[in-house]
Design a protein around this ligand. Structure first.
Ligand SMILES: [Zn+2]
Length: 423
């Protein structure tokens, strides 16, 4: 877009740094101008669609505010102190601005492409106001205060958040495949961290594993602000879906509205049960009558009842033992391990990924038992604990009222993911 920028003629000299970078034009013109010169007219390509102070009245913005004395587009490596020196501003002004920035740290958020606008006082070159436009949606204004120092105001424009879908197959590396879909390093790090209690995306995803991410980007007047946030993630491994959805409360939950922290179901079956024998490190064994710790809880159920994984994890052992019978061991991250003994039929294989609540076996009375039951053990760092004790992180999630609005979000996100072809 071609526009005219007309500089005010009120200052006896001025430094004009080029206003905006665009793909077409990169300029750093420095013009030093005596007072008798005519107003400078300069034509540049603007990357931004429009700026509020460009108009017929060159000295005022649309809101009647004075035009900045100078404007500067930040380059990589620019430091605010250097820019003050290049503007020939007082060291005292710099110190006062930095002091006022202490609670805002606006200059630390400055990136290449951010715009600085300076308002100087006539004659004295004293700084009256400084505006740091971080992006189209965010700016920080430093206004000289009558009581000394600078008042700071942060301005944020909410804009529109537009979601888009990033989909792929893991291949050689989740990280590389995710980057190839257009996600950036911070997105990938965020997703890995978000699901860290569920799955290690760097090491636990097979090449045919799939990932889907919904990311929303902020736009102000159709210009991307550069800010974006992850809204939903779905990972598929061995047919098991691991998901995370952003809720209005700012937290992520799985598709059922449950917390993403590693958490467990209290009971390893969906069938009716009664607790026939509890965790007891000093128990006298009912068959041998010898002192033998009971490292788990016995859930008495009818033979053939579903035995379910109490948490997400990897099956690390499937075996048939003369005493333990047909059993399954699941590793849940590095800290937790669960064991399910005396089954009649095992439904999973060693190395298989299972999700919380997934049926892994049919219950039975294999091994040395007095009757049909599921012997369920919970180990923390190799030590058995009572599966019903407070040491076991049990599932927690949204309350029933919030659940409804959350499930609407899940439906919307899933619909988006479904409509989008895999890239
Ligand atoms: Zn037992």
């Amino acid at each position: 877009m071609q526009v005219e920028i007309i500089s005010p003629s009120s200052r006896w000299w001025r430094i004009n740094f080029c206003l905006f970078l665009s793909m077409a034009v990169v300029c750093t013109a420095i013009v030093i101008r005596p007072p008798e010169w005519q107003p400078l007219q300069k034509s540049v390509e603007l990357a931004l669609k429009s700026t509020p102070f460009i108009g017929d009245d060159a000295n005022e913005t649309e809101t009647g505010e004075a035009l900045p004395s100078a404007e500067y587009v930040v380059f990589s490596g620019d430091k605010i102190a250097d820019l003050f020196h290049r503007m020939a501003l007082e060291e005292d002004d710099l110190q006062q601005v930095l002091e006022s920035d202490l609670n805002h740290l606006g200059f630390d958020a400055m990136v290449p492409g951010s715009v600085l606008r300076f308002w100087f006082e006539e004659d004295t070159n004293r700084l009256l106001k400084l505006e740091l436009q971080l992006n189209v949606a965010q700016k920080v204004i430093y206004q000289r205060s009558e009581t000394g120092g600078f008042d700071v105001q942060e301005v944020e424009i909410p804009g529109n958040w537009v979601p888009s879908v990033f989909k792929g197959t893991v291949g050689a590396s989740f990280h590389d495949s995710a980057i190839a879909t257009g996600l950036d390093e911070s997105d990938v790090a965020f997703v890995i961290n978000l699901l860290k209690d569920k799955i290690n995306l760097n090491t636990e995803l097979p090449a045919d594993g799939k990932f889907e991410v919904v990311r929303a980007a902020q736009f102000v007047d159709e210009i991307a602000s550069g800010q974006h946030e992850i809204r939903a993630v779905r990972i598929e491994r061995d047919g098991v879906i691991i998901s995370a959805y952003l809720h209005e409360d700012g937290n992520f939950y799985d598709a059922d509205g449950e917390s993403l922290q590693r958490s467990f179901l209290p009971v390893p079956t969906t069938a009716q049960y009664w607790l026939s024998s509890g965790f007891d490190p000093r128990r006298i064994h009912p068959v041998t009558h010898r002192r033998q710790p009971h490292n788990g809880s016995d859930f008495a159920v009818a033979v053939g009842s579903p035995v379910i994984a109490t948490g997400d994890g990897v099956v690390v052992q499937v075996a048939n033992h003369p005493y333990a019978g047909k059993y399954v061991v699941i590793q849940h991250g590095s800290k937790y391990r669960t064991r399910y003994l005396h089954n009649s039929k095992i439904l999973v294989k060693k190395g298989q990924w299972v999700s919380r609540g997934q049926e892994i076996a049919k219950s039975g009375q294999s091994g040395r038992v007095t009757g049909p039951h599921i012997h369920y053990e919970f180990h923390i760092r190799g030590r058995p604990v009572n599966p019903l004790s407070k040491k076991v992180p049990l599932i927690s999630g949204l309350g029933s009222e919030e659940q409804q609005s959350f499930l609407t979000t899940v439906e919307q996100m899933d619909a988006m993911l479904k409509d989008e072809p895999t890239g």
